[in-house]
Design a protein. Structure first.
Length: 202
């Protein structure tokens, strides 16, 4: 990522990342804080420790009625080697507080995903490093936005702890939203983001 910044001849950059893209921008930030103006993280994940796994498993079980096969897969009860494309199709409703709103993202259901890219990602151990203890290296302004009903990157084990460890950070919780708050609650999402951006004089 820093090679791209250099290639674009940018002394400093703003970054935005969602979900595991949030992991990527936080990883960059703890190693290149001096190359950042600031960053926005949407429903991010920065570590999968015991607190995260306990919250994730509890939230997952509570959603069983919406995707029983996927819940059994994540809990290890179903050992079928499903392709990533099928996993996402089975699980996409779980990413929403109101599961019917998955229809607002038809491309997420119909998109063709690369199994090879997914396999390489798993083999690389992407996201395996717990970043919580390094977040205090980040001094630039950080906005963390999270849905109050996000099961995959839960508020308590992720967003709350992220902002606790970054002095110059702001946490915004979007009510009645899951992992895609800009889709479920666009008015609240964009107004909160715009308010923060204005504080940064942007």
């Amino acid at each position: 990522m820093d090679s791209l910044r250099v290639y674009l001849n940018q002394p400093k950059v703003w970054l935005l990342g969602h979900s595991d893209g949030g992991y990527q921008v936080f990883y960059y930030a703890v190693h290149h804080n001096d190359k950042l103006n600031g960053m926005i993280a949407l429903d991010p994940r920065v570590g999968s420790d015991s607190l995260y796994m306990a919250e994730f498993m509890k939230d997952l079980e509570a959603r069983r009625r919406f995707a029983p096969k996927l819940v059994d897969y994540f809990l290890g009860r179903d050992t079928t080697k499903y392709p990533i494309e099928e996993i996402m199709k089975m699980g996409m409703p779980l990413y929403f507080h109101d599961t019917s709103k998955v229809t607002l993202m038809p491309h997420s259901i119909n998109t063709v995903l690369s199994q090879k890219a997914w396999d390489y990602t798993i083999a690389s151990n992407f996201g395996s490093e717990n970043l919580f203890s390094q977040l205090n290296k980040i001094s630039v302004p950080v906005l963390v936005v999270v849905g109050d009903d996000d099961f995959i990157c839960p508020k308590t084990s992720q967003a709350d702890r992220i902002t606790k460890n970054i002095l110059n950070s702001t946490e915004v919780v979007i009510k009645d939203a899951g992992h895609m708050p800009w889709i479920e609650q666009p008015e609240q999402f964009f107004s909160e983001c715009e308010r923060w951006l204005q504080k940064q004089k942007l």
